[in-house]
Design a protein. Structure first.
Length: 446
């Protein structure tokens, strides 16, 4: 039996045999008014990625793709993390590459200092206190060209600029802002992307096999198959807040998490909302088969230092048996893991909340449950903000064993916003934030 198949078999076992007792109690209590777990977790291991020049990394995968890396080191691999089979080994994925924001004439411009950067799947090994890169797979189009991280569509995505925000760059219909990752039983990968938002099927060697996007997106010119198979309501995704979390259920279905509430009917409504969405996708049917409303806790509960509701995000979802998921809701400084069960009675697919003329919209409802919306019941598993040693901006979570999880942060390639991001010679002024894999252990009992 393959390692992957054995892993699937283990997931199907009784929850109480595969999870710590405290978490099993929460699983049993989802949908009831009892048994929540928070705190009592602890960091048991921390490992850090070494400094690898970004240009050397990229050009080793696709020669000539990066002419000048501006002194940037490999980072950004913390967009997600997924077990690779062997102990201490994981698949990770970069996002779209180094990017920042600089104000010019009072307006923010999105900068891409390394426009030739090709998002990549990166296999890592945690060894002692070090994170080692042991394999890397570049994402490529049908004809073998690099899939860049540049925005796709003028008028829908932010306009791209050079590192100093002075010179416009071209849009790229092949561009992907990759986030979540899982590996299928046949060795291929599934990724999610923030631009479309989209679900992307990738071969074992990185070739894009298909990109599933919302109906009506109208993306043309891509050098790979683009399939309009997702609900059109997703066209209202907030800029830079498309799909970020991705989980693979034991039966093979995928669950995609929209990072933030949709901008329905407008951006102000989306910024003020605490209701986002999860979607279930069947790789066999190549279609979305269910949709769920997910309700964030108030922002000052997730992060006591924050009062801006628009800072709430889902970054990671992890399958933990059956139709159950751990959902990470976070700000850039704090995060909490909630447990949900994807019951059939919670499905809102194809109903009034998928019609963008419905008023008020799902996102505008102060109390969706009171209006009859079957919001997913959830229970707190752990407040990572209260666990000493957990870094900020955790974007990826993977289950290591029955009571241990690996967390990975997004260090944004050491980039910061503003004119001080680069020195007078155009070299990066590094933030000093490193890519870190942190193991936390949940308690056996309360």
């Amino acid at each position: 039996m393959s390692t992957h198949a054995a892993g699937r078999r283990r997931v199907r076992r009784s929850v109480t045999r595969g999870l710590p007792l405290a978490l099993a109690a929460v699983l049993a209590a989802v949908g009831t008014a009892t048994a929540a777990l928070s705190g009592d977790a602890r960091v048991i291991r921390t490992a850090t990625l070494g400094e690898i020049p970004l240009g050397a990394f990229s050009n080793a995968l696709l020669p000539g793709s990066v002419a000048d890396d501006h002194g940037i080191k490999l980072g950004g691999i913390g967009s997600d993390i997924y077990p690779a089979g062997r102990r201490g080994e994981f698949w990770t994925v970069t996002d779209r590459g180094p990017n920042g924001q600089i104000k010019v004439d009072g307006k923010k411009r999105r900068t891409f200092p390394v426009p030739g950067f090709d998002p990549a799947i990166v296999k890592i090994r945690v060894s002692g206190d070090t994170v080692q890169v042991i394999d890397a797979i570049p994402l490529t189009t049908s004809s073998g060209k690099a899939v860049t991280g540049l925005p796709d569509q003028k008028g829908r995505d932010e306009a791209p600029y050079t590192y100093d925000a002075r010179t416009p760059l071209s849009y790229d219909p092949d561009g992907l802002d990759t986030e979540g990752i899982v590996r299928a039983g046949d060795g291929s990968f599934w990724l999610v992307d923030e631009y479309g938002p989209s679900l992307v099927h990738v071969s074992a060697r990185g070739r894009v096999l298909a990109r599933y996007v919302p109906k009506g997106l109208g993306l043309t010119g891509a050098d790979y198959p683009v399939v309009e198979a997702l609900p059109s309501i997703l066209l209202h995704r907030k800029v830079n807040r498309g799909f970020e979390g991705l989980a693979q259920l034991p039966g093979g279905d995928l669950v995609m998490a929209l990072q933030s509430p949709l901008s329905l009917p407008d951006a102000d409504a989306g910024d003020a909302s605490r209701t986002t969405r999860l979607l279930r996708f069947s790789p066999r049917e190549k279609a979305v088969t269910a949709e769920y409303a997910y309700r964030f806790d108030p922002v000052n509960v997730v992060d006591p230092s924050e009062d801006d509701t628009s800072e709430l995000k889902i970054s990671s979802v992890v399958a933990v048996g059956g139709d159950r998921l751990l959902v990470e809701e976070r700000t850039d400084k704090a995060a909490r893991l909630q447990l949900v069960s994807l019951g059939r009675t919670s499905d809102i697919l194809g109903g009034p909340w998928d019609d963008d003329t419905t008023a008020p919209s799902l996102e505008q409802l102060d109390d969706p449950a009171a209006r009859g919306v079957p919001v997913l019941a959830k229970r707190l598993v752990v407040d990572l903000g209260k666990v000493a040693g957990v870094p900020g901006k955790i974007e990826g979570i993977a289950r290591v064993d029955r009571d241990t999880f690996a967390l990975i942060n997004d260090n944004d390639f050491g980039m910061t916003d503003g004119t001080g991001a680069f020195d007078a010679q155009g070299r990066l002024v590094d933030s000093g934030i490193r890519t870190t894999v942190t193991y936390i252990r949940l308690p056996e009992n309360r």
